[in-house]
Design a protein around this ligand. Sequence first.
Ligand SMILES: NC(=O)C1=CN([C@@H]2O[C@H](COP(=O)(O)OP(=O)(O)OC[C@H]3O[C@@H](n4cnc5c(N)ncnc54)[C@H](O)[C@@H]3O)[C@@H](O)[C@H]2O)C=CC1
Ligand SMILES: O=C(O)[C@@H]1CCC=N1
Length: 264
Amino acid sequence: MKLGFIGCGNMSTAMISGIIKNNIFKGEEIIASDLFAAGREKLKETFNISATCSNREVVEKSEVIVLAVKPQFYADVINDIKDIIRENQIVITIAPGKTIQWIEEEFDKKIKIVRTMPNTPAMVLEGMTAVCCNNQVSKDELDYTCNILSGFSKVEVVSENLMDVVTSVSGSSPAYVFMLIEAMADAAVADGMPRSQAYKFAAQAVYGSAKMVLELEKHPGELKDMVCSPGGTTIEAVRVLENKGMRSAIMEAMKACTYKSKNM
Ligand SMILES: NC(=O)C1=CN([C@@H]2O[C@H](COP(=O)(O)OP(=O)(O)OC[C@H]3O[C@@H](n4cnc5c(N)ncnc54)[C@H](O)[C@@H]3O)[C@@H](O)[C@H]2O)C=CC1
Ligand SMILES: O=C(O)[C@@H]1CCC=N1
């Protein structure tokens, strides 16, 4: 097996889906484990991968292993597999707050660790993943890992001290954006638009706006000014958003998120 996943939840599903769709690996080259049969059977049927209840089997059979369980289960999972992990295997972590130093200490041996922070837009192949690694990982091995991650996301190598900020700005941020879309749709519904149409209009506006920032290479403030006609409608909305503290609310929320990631 090329790739193994421990945990068959949301992130594993998103990652495996993209990796197979983009022909990085075939289903037959992937194995995944979960304590619960429902999760692993679903992945097995959907992607034609191998599935097992044994985390140790995943480690025995895989070149690269993704630890895709919640952070509070990392210690137990590592404890279960640490005696059979091999020096030539790469361990990919995706949990917030779990530093490379903490992971090395839990394994208690020299292993290759690539710490990452992906996000759920991976489900539609539009993820964003930050990556850093320990010095057991060679340049070629890091490139190989980044290529796997590129199956479902854009990938950028960052220094480890930015990983908590990454959690806030891309790992968790889809939740804030969904809240924005929900609020926009609620307002449209309040003014008479059918709900399904409201989600479509709100989501397409967010999607197109994000695309403008990425592709036009203009400052977001300039793009905002292009929408605001003098004496027009948009500046009225902007005035109310400033008055209600939209920017400050987002900054405070993200500071709380980063703090939590640092102190998990
Ligand atoms: N959901 C998100 O937006 C993101 C999540 N993450 C991180 O990814 C990791 C996975 O998150 P999700 O996929 O959302 O969680 P999830 O709860 O959907 O999936 C985790 C899976 O692990 C299984 N599991 C629990 N203990 C296990 C054990 N001892 N052995 C084998 N399997 C076990 C659970 O049954 C579950 O199916 C977490 O560390 C999370 O913080 C990272 C970026 C984004
Ligand atoms: O909420 C969480 O802890 C995870 C990490 C990033 C997104 N979800």
